[in-house]
Design a protein around this ligand. Sequence first.
Ligand code: PAF
Length: 324
Amino acid sequence: MIQIIGAGAIGCLWLAKLQQSGSVCHLVSRSKTTNLTLQFTDLSGEQSLLTVSISQRLLNTSAEQKRSTILVCVKAQHVVSALLAQQQYIDKKQTLILMHNGYGCAEKVRKHFPNNPIICATTANASLLNAPLDITHTGIGPTYLGPFTDLAAVKAQTKEKGQSATQLQHILIPVIEPLQQAMPDVCWSEDIVKKCWLKLAINAVINPLTAIHQIQNGKLKYSEYTVVIQSLVAEIVAIAKAEHIDFELLTLQQSIDQVILATAKNFSSMNRDIFYHRPTEIEFINGYLIKKAQQHNLEAPLLHELYNKVKVLENRSAIAEDKY
Ligand code: PAF
């Protein structure tokens, strides 16, 4: 069983795909709802109505619920508070999968949930929340899952049971398999930090630029953005290098170009957040990179500039509390 925290575009996408592939799921949403139907439009435009199980708290009565995987799909700024709100319903053996844009949450989660196995995840699937419980799958791409730090918690559990570390994979298979059955290209990656940094780099370029200029991702191919994107990539490569993450300038540039092309018609999540007057994930994207730059005495003028512009837009619209 998988319990998903967060009824946003990505949480509902996994809910739909997991349910369609036969997994038992439950959705935790902060908003009270009496609607138990999810409207799902798939990549081919086909619509389906799915009956879903939703509540404001995790289920933890049956043995199946107590050992269910918890997939956290809220925005980076809500990850810790969303989990803390559910803490009393979380068993220490339950695996927590953190799937969000930006970086830096897992460390904080580990402090509050020291015994739970924590998996970091990054997905290139795109989804649009048309209305509450109404989503459209708009883009497909790989999803990577991998251990946060050294899988300390899982190792402790295997020792308890007298199992060897080589059996770790077996513990993780039941967690990963349903996700692999639900969507193509779901891979386990021991190198998840680099995968997350790649997504971080992509988001640090595409999201603020599309949010500030209120454009679709594809417009970033216009020549007026070429220099700024190249300079941003150079700043990010230098920061990553200081963190022992090796990105080749040209390869990173190409990866970003590919995402711009693949998601040309999409509005990025940050674009939508600014458009709908919601708080953005800038703190965990450009904000995270800026903090790392400061720690290594590196200049990051463009990352700063975009960060400041997004902050101005965010504050200007001073907005109602974001929902998960
Ligand atoms: O945040 C987003 O919108 C997505 O991560 C991405 C890759 C920029 C596509 O829109």
